[in-house]
Design a binder for this molecule. Structure first.
Ligand code: PLP
Length: 395
């Protein structure tokens, strides 16, 4: 009668949602200030003032029919030109508007990319820990997602395991750096090795293996960390970008796909992107927010509050006895759980009103994710509680 698969996706809550909703209920019982909710990745830094100003100026200056009307499906051509120039200024690339396709955030971009590339029996590969939505996005286009186990000492890539997973059916690899949930940035050496393997395997199989770079956290990096721009390392790459995190606009749904000229058969790939967007009912990304991000392209993200939170939480957890790879980006920490069963650990933490997400949900058991895009005071207040929790495991 209906698609059981869709029913399951629509009604079975994700662990993150379940924990978040539990937190809302618990807050009513014990008070908001006594809940330490590290579950969601919703930016808590407000969108910068220049965004508000751009919206006001656009509404005051422009014809409402232009502001709110349909644009062409790939996005307003002038906006695409401006965004392409901004990318070129920052990464030394040579894109023009024709390389960009403006989407409803990164989720829109990734799903379109999967659908554009997929043929029957295709396989996509990602690396644990990974953003769990990849699995249902990939499966929704009839392909399979394979997951390379995590390299838990530094959350770079286990290349030997990766090479074993590549087959003639491998259509694309999807990476996410800075990473949700580990916060780790892939080093240039990692990207170079990845590019070399993909080049060799593409030659061996006689067809390109694409590299999709999902990078909504690109600007959220600390300690001057270098985030390699993937098209500068590998020709058959597709970039999926979003302003959800960098400009704190997750509800506005705005991002883009970059298809570089160097991609094998550019016209076909870009055309398939447009076709995939069409059947996924994309029509066009928000017209107003296309104009807004064009006016704000190249302006800085406010990452200072996240950096402070990272330092506070990371140092606090290490002091309490947790083991954690120090993240250089995004707004997540991914420490080892204090018992091998990360679900049991997160349940125990919940007794202390610490709301943490089990690593198993990201394909990496024995860990937990703490999203620190929350109030600094909440982190400060939670640190003695983390200590108590750690103490319980020592006893
Ligand atoms: N990719 C990753 C790794 C994410 O963490 C998220 C959101 O949290 C997305 C994609 C989706 O982002 P958007 O809001 O731009 O669709």
């Amino acid at each position: 009668m209906i698609s059981e698969k869709m029913y399951e996706l629509g009604t079975k809550k994700s662990t993150i949602r379940t924990i978040f909703e539990y937190g809302r209920k618990r807050a009513l019982e014990v008070g908001e200030e006594n809940i330490y909710d590290y579950s969601l990745g919703n930016p808590n830094v407000p969108a910068p003032d220049f965004i508000k100003q751009a919206i006001i100026d656009i509404l005051n200056e422009m014809d409402p029919c232009d502001v709110h009307g349909y644009t062409v499906a790939p996005g307003n051509p002038k906006v695409r030109e401006i965004l392409a120039k901004d990318i070129n200024n920052r990464f030394g690339t040579h894109f023009t508007g024709k390389n960009l396709f403006i989407t409803s955030g990164a989720a829109g971009a990734i799903t379109i990319a999967f659908k554009a590339l997929s043929e029957p029996n295709d396989e996509f590969i990602t690396f644990a820990p990974y953003f769990p939505e990849y699995k249902c996005f990939v499966e929704s286009v009839g392909a399979t997602l394979k997951v390379v186990p995590a390299k838990i000492d530094d959350f770079q890539i286990q290349f030997d395991e990766f090479e074993k997973m590549i087959t003639p059916n491998t259509k694309a690899i999807i990476i996410n750096s800075p990473n949700n949930p580990s916060g780790v940035v892939y080093s240039e050496a990692t990207i170079k090795q990845l590019a070399q393997i993909l080049t060799d395997k593409s030659n061996e199989y006689g067809h390109p293996i694409f590299l999709i770079s999902d990078e909504p956290y690109r600007e959220i990096v600390y300690d001057g960390a270098f985030v390699p721009y993937i098209p500068n390392y590998y020709a058959n790459s597709i970039v999926c970008y979003s302003y959800s995190k960098s400009f704190s606009l997750p509800g506005e749904r705005i991002g883009y796909i970059v298809v570089p000229d160097e991609v094998a058969d550019f016209d076909k790939v870009y055309g398939a992107v447009a076709g995939a967007a069409r059947v996924l009912t994309h029509v066009n990304a928000s017209s107003l927010f296309q104009l807004v991000v064009a006016r704000c392209a190249g302006k800085p993200s406010n990452i200072a509050p996240y950096e402070e939170n990272r330092n506070l939480l990371y140092n606090g957890l290490i002091e309490a006895g947790f083991k954690c790879v120090k993240p250089e980006g995004a707004f997540y920490l991914f420490p080892q759980s204090l018992e091998p069963d990360d679900y049991a650990f997160c349940k125990k933490a919940q007794e202390y009103d610490l709301l943490l997400v089990p690593g198993t949900d990201f394909g990496c058991p024995g860990h937990f994710r703490a999203s620190y895009c929350i109030k600094r005071e909440t982190i400060e207040k939670s640190l003695p509680i983390f200590k108590k929790l750690a103490q319980e495991y020592k006893n």
